[in-house]
Design a protein around this ligand. Structure first.
Ligand SMILES: Cc1cc2nc3c(=O)[nH]c(=O)nc-3n(C[C@H](O)[C@H](O)[C@H](O)COP(=O)(O)OP(=O)(O)OC[C@H]3O[C@@H](n4cnc5c(N)ncnc54)[C@H](O)[C@@H]3O)c2cc1C
Length: 389
């Protein structure tokens, strides 16, 4: 017979919320989620959900396509994924009409405005944990899952690092007839554009690299119009013009540095583990951070669902670590290399169009052509083997 296992999830982003939804299927798991923000909401940034993540969502439960559609997802021409938009069109996380990822979650399990204090989790003699929150309250559980994003420092994984690459994103009305997503690569800099909101808005992203910022603790950067002009002055005229019109009409833009986790030696420490960006934040060049979070949720929830006692739940975390780390490390590393190529700095590739075509296009195959079911089955087998002993 299964005993009640108390699970606390810290962080209500895509990782925490998809995990919560997946864990609710197991009635012997007593789950509570704690989010530091005042409400469970997505940040509003557009992210693409690739087919590996769609497959994982479907295995978790709610029909992914329906869920994404209601979240304002739009099919995109020329790329192999859907785009889930944020606040402007509804969201994956927010319960807009009862069909999103938080649909059906009992309110008493969701705790907003609860910031878990970092490095203050106490272990009792019986192995259970006491979490402390900044409002002075506490919560007792058997398992703690840190889904608190890249800024989490309360984790057994390595600390993330600034890659030195920055990007500026803008979303505005602009006339581009071709709805496909385009990426333009030049020596050291990059442009991406695609259409959102039924073609009403163009998302425009520029990126470049700042050696001095690499490995520093800087998250943001002001990029002024003069710098943008000088970076893009030798680009084809229609692109320089678009950059000029969309980005140089104001003196400064706020850019973000791209951070990533170097390979961690573990995602687990006893009854505590990390997932999503808290474990393996990646640069966005292959649009896979959110997808990895959803895959994590599928594996972690299935393994925890197999556990009958808190001690077996600790084994579930160990197996989660074993099966997820190789894939997530590979994706983070692949994304880093893709970023080099996208800035025209790929080793032995540079700006050679033939080589770009040959090397760049297949880089995403291992990410999207992923057999979630097969890997899940393997994880469950490993867990059964561990439990037999
Ligand atoms: C420019 C850019 C483009 C991207 N594009 C894509 C894409 O196309 N496709 C894709 O799959 N991924 C993409 N990503 C990555 C994706 O956005 C992230 O991987 C994903 O959102 C991570 O989800 P998460 O839940 O792990 O972390 P987060 O979304 O950061 O959520 C963490 C949550 O924890 C909360 N929290 C933090 N500290 C505490 C605490 N102490 N106590 C309680 N709560 C806490 C936070 O408030 C937050 O709600 C992109 C990222 C960037 C930067």
């Amino acid at each position: 017979m299964s005993q009640l296992i108390r699970i606390a999830v810290s962080g209500g982003g895509l990782a925490g919320v998809s995990l919560l939804q997946a864990l609710l299927k197991s009635s012997h798991l007593d789950i509570h989620i704690f989010e530091s923000a005042a409400a469970f909401k997505e940040s509003g940034m557009a992210i693409g959900i690739a087919r590996n993540a769609l497959a994982a969502l479907e295995l978790i439960g709610p029909s992914a396509t329906e869920c994404l559609k209601r979240a304002g997802a739009v099919p995109m021409k020329g790329v192999r994924f859907m785009l889930a938009q944020g606040e402007s069109q509804g969201s994956l996380i927010d319960e807009v009409d009862g069909e999103q990822l938080l649909a059906g979650v009992p309110e008493e399990r969701m705790h907003a405005a609860k910031k878990k204090k970092l490095d203050e989790t106490k272990r009792n003699d019986d192995g259970s944990l006491i979490l402390h929150f900044t409002d002075g309250t506490t919560h007792e559980c058997d398992i703690l899952i840190g889904a608190d994003g890249i800024h989490s420092t309360d984790d057994p994984a390595a600390s993330p690092r600034n890659t030195g690459t920055w990007l500026v994103m803008t979303l505005q009305p602009f006339s581009i007839e071709d709805a496909r997503e385009y990426s333009w690569i030049r020596d050291g800099s990059f442009i991406l554009h695609n259409l959102l909101s039924d073609g009403q808005l163009v998302q425009f992203v520029i990126a470049s690299y700042d050696k001095e910022a690499e490995s520093t603790d800087r998250w943001n950067r002001s990029v002024n119009a003069e710098e943008i002009k000088s970076l893009y002055k030798d680009w084809p005229p229609h692109l320089s013009k678009a950059v000029d019109e969309l980005l140089c009409d104001q003196p400064e833009h706020q850019g973000m540095y791209l951070w990533e986790h170097p390979p961690a030696h573990t995602y687990v420490s006893g009854p505590i583990c990390v997932m999503g960006d808290a474990a393996h934040a990646t640069t966005p060049w292959q649009g896979s951070g959110g997808g990895m979070s959803i895959e994590d949720s599928l594996v972690l929830s299935t393994l925890l669902g197999c556990a009958k006692t808190p001690s077996e739940a600790v084994t579930a975390l160990k197996v989660y670590d074993q099966v997820r780390r190789p894939r997530t490390h590979r994706i983070v590393e692949s994304s880093h290399g893709t970023g080099m190529i996208m800035r025209g700095r790929g080793k032995d590739i540079g700006l050679d169009l033939g080589k770009l075509r040959e090397k760049l296009l297949p880089r995403r195959d291992f990410i999207v052509d992923y057999d979630n079911e097969k890997h899940l089955k393997k994880a469950v087998e490993i867990m059964k083997g561990e439990l037999k002993g």
